[in-house]
Ligand binder design. Structure first.
Ligand SMILES: *[C@@H]1O[C@H](CO)[C@@H](O)[C@H](O)[C@H]1NC(C)=O
Ligand SMILES: *[C@@H]1O[C@H](CO)[C@@H](O)[C@H](O)[C@H]1NC(C)=O
Ligand SMILES: *[C@@H]1O[C@H](CO)[C@@H](O)[C@H](O)[C@H]1NC(C)=O
Ligand SMILES: *[C@@H]1O[C@H](CO)[C@@H](O)[C@H](O)[C@H]1NC(C)=O
Ligand SMILES: *[C@@H]1O[C@H](CO)[C@@H](O)[C@H](O)[C@H]1NC(C)=O
Ligand SMILES: *[C@@H]1O[C@H](CO)[C@@H](O)[C@H](O)[C@H]1NC(C)=O
Ligand SMILES: *[C@@H]1O[C@H](CO)[C@@H](O)[C@H](O)[C@H]1NC(C)=O
Ligand SMILES: *[C@@H]1O[C@H](CO)[C@@H](O)[C@H](O)[C@H]1NC(C)=O
Length: 523
């Protein structure tokens, strides 16, 4: 009895210590006699052993007001108080910090107030992380004159950036997930982008994605030191138009990300003066037409993403000038025609995706004879007739061994999963792929049409023989696995039947009626 009580008391003690305010010494550096300290459940003050810690992190702490009393002395490099319910950072909060601090991490708190000049003593900040707080404004002078590597202000409530970015120098500025509504002409004129060393991977990156930006005034991306960006994120905003020369001072820009906006209008000079651009992402917008020559000056572009727009035709000279382009994404548009001449200027093209459009014909021979590097061509989900699809399959099979997309539509007439109509249909120009599928699904025979349509003309006999061989090998393995499965199933069935001495009724009926249900859904 006594023993039990003692054990219980020891347990209670341990639990109290674990639940209480504790800090643990982590890995020690023998060279510098410093260590990493991880604390838990701190409420008012860190223990006074922090003076020799190289980094402090806190899990589950509760420090609503961060004052100078929280840390007695800290001379290390990384201070991380994420998830610690901080609301207010008061004057002199970092009084007891040495100036060797490189990373200050205050993510996932509820900070809405920061006293001016608290960060002034840090002239070496590599990372100032205020991600996911409640900042909507700060007084002038909180961040003024700071030099910061990565400045993370994402997931706050900022609609006016002036006091956050005035007179700062950064390498990477993250303003995503805030409440910005526009980019105006002098917004960044006092912000500078700098590079610590040319070997640093992160530099000159601005993220203004996931805001509510509706308009960008041309020339707004003009920075204090005249420097320009390498990467600009503007995805998930409400931009409707890109005016002439919008990015005109960005002659170092490499990646421009504009996806998931509402862009319905571009101008000839929308992407003017971007000589180093290698990636332009315009996916998920509302583009129905593209002005003549809009991409013609992007001589270094390698990836152009126009997926999920409303393009119904492409001007034959649209892509002229894109001499380095190797990936072209045109999926999920409304293209009814695709002339191979459109992509003739793209001598380096290796990847072309025209899936989910409204194409009925595609001259693959012409495409392959000009696009000699094209190794991936994705054509599924168009209005193919089965005979045209078989002809395309032969060309693609001879070139690259078949279609390039995981097959999907096995419940309608298809060739290796790519849907097709057995007869040439008369299409209305506004037919959608869903409607097309609905029409062809009424064809009752749901099998892969490949075998019945291959008839050996001289050129393709070899191809179909190869294919036949692959099919026979495939069938052998399929037969073997089915036999094994049946045996296992039979043995299991016999054992179960013998054991429970009854036969499970209606098993066959059940699967039969399910198959019928599926057919009904397709119609
Ligand atoms: C904290 O520790 C330092 C030296 O380790 C000592 O000088 C200082 O007086 C201590 N402060 C408090 C408040 O105990
Ligand atoms: C922050 O805390 C200081 C000191 O407790 C207080 O004077 C100030 O009013 C607080 N500010 C806000 C905005 O809560
Ligand atoms: C923001 O912080 C809260 C805790 O304060 C957390 O529950 C939430 O998941 C965080 N959200 C993001 C996007 O980081
Ligand atoms: C920032 O620096 C400028 C000149 O270097 C100075 O005039 C200004 O007062 C400083 N601002 C703050 C808030 O320290
Ligand atoms: C964001 O700021 C607006 C005013 O600018 C305010 O009305 C709103 O309550 C704030 N939201 C949060 C979550 O702090
Ligand atoms: C930036 O623009 C503001 C007004 O919009 C102006 O007061 C300030 O002087 C400008 N700064 C520079 C460096 O041009
Ligand atoms: C945009 O630039 C093109 C070519 O320089 C010009 O024809 C067009 O009128 C300009 N658009 C506007 C709105 O100024
Ligand atoms: C297709 O849709 C457009 C716009 O909705 C309409 O103007 C046109 O008449 C439609 N064409 C047909 C054949 O229904």
């Amino acid at each position: 009895m006594n023993k039990l009580l003692t054990t219980f008391l020891i347990c209670l003690c341990l639990c109290t210590i674990i639940k209480g305010q504790v800090c643990e010494k982590g890995r020690q550096s023998y060279l510098f006699k410093t260590f990493v300290m991880s604390c838990k459940n701190i409420r008012d003050q860190f223990p006074n052993t922090t003076s020799v810690a190289s980094s402090i992190s806190c899990e589950n702490c509760d420090i609503p007001t961060f004052t100078e009393d929280v840390v007695v002395t800290f001379n290390g490099g990384i201070f991380d108080v994420s998830n610690s319910h901080i609301k207010n950072i008061t004057e002199n909060a970092f009084k007891n910090f040495g100036n060797a601090v490189q990373k200050l991490i205050f993510a996932n708190n509820q900070i809405s107030y920061i006293a001016p000049h608290v960060f002034d003593k840090f002239n070496n900040l590599e990372d100032l992380n205020l991600h996911n707080n409640s900042l909507s404004n700060v007084l002038p002078g909180v961040f003024e004159n700071l030099t910061i590597g990565v400045f993370d202000l994402s997931n706050n409530n900022i609609s006016d950036v002036t006091n956050f970015i005035r007179k700062i120098k950064v390498r990477k500025l993250d303003l995503s997930n805030n409440k910005l509504t526009q980019i105006s002409i002098n917004m960044f004129n006092d912000t500078s982008f700098w590079v610590a060393s040319p070997y640093r991977a992160i530099f000159h990156e601005l993220n203004i994605g996931n805001n509510q930006i509706e308009s960008i005034q041309p020339g707004s991306f003009k920075f204090g030191d005249g420097n320009s960006l390498r990467v600009l994120y503007l995805q998930n905003n409400k931009i409707t138009v890109i005016l002439n020369n919008t990015f005109s001072l960005q002659n170092e820009l490499k990646n421009l990300i504009l996806n998931s906006n509402q862009i319905n209008s571009l101008e000839t000079d929308s992407f003017n003066n971007l000589p180093k651009l290698i990636m332009l992402d315009l996916a998920k917008n509302k583009l129905a037409t593209l002005p003549f020559g809009v991409f013609s000056k992007l001589g270094n572009l390698e990836t152009l993403n126009l997926e999920s727009n409303q393009l119904s035709k492409l001007d034959p000279s649209l892509f002229s000038g894109l001499v380095r382009l190797n990936r072209l994404h045109l999926a999920h548009n409304k293209l009814t025609q695709f002339s191979p001449t459109t992509i003739f200027p793209l001598g380096k093209l290796t990847y072309l995706d025209v899936s989910d459009n409204r194409l009925r014909e595609l001259d693959l021979k012409a495409i392959y004879s000009h696009q000699t590097r094209l190794s991936t061509l994705i054509i599924n989900d168009n209005f193919w007739s089965c005979s045209k699809l078989v002809a395309m399959y032969k060309v693609m099979n001879a070139k690259w061994g078949g279609f390039h997309d995981p097959a999907k539509h096995f419940d309608v007439p298809n060739l290796h999963g790519i849907a097709c109509s057995r007869v040439e249909l008369d299409y209305d120009e506004n037919l959608t792929f869903a409607e097309f599928m609905n029409i062809i699904s009424q064809d009752r025979v749901f099998e892969d049409i490949y075998d019945s349509r291959i008839n050996g003309d001289a050129e393709t006999t070899q191809v179909s023989l190869d294919h036949l061989y692959i099919q026979i090998t495939g069938m052998f393995w399929m037969f073997l696995s089915i036999t094994i499965m049946c045996t296992v199933f039979f043995v299991h069935f016999v054992i179960v039947t013998v054991k429970s001495n009854k036969i499970i009724a209606n098993k066959l009926n059940f699967s039969y009626s399910r198959a019928q249900d599926e057919n009904v859904q397709l119609m």
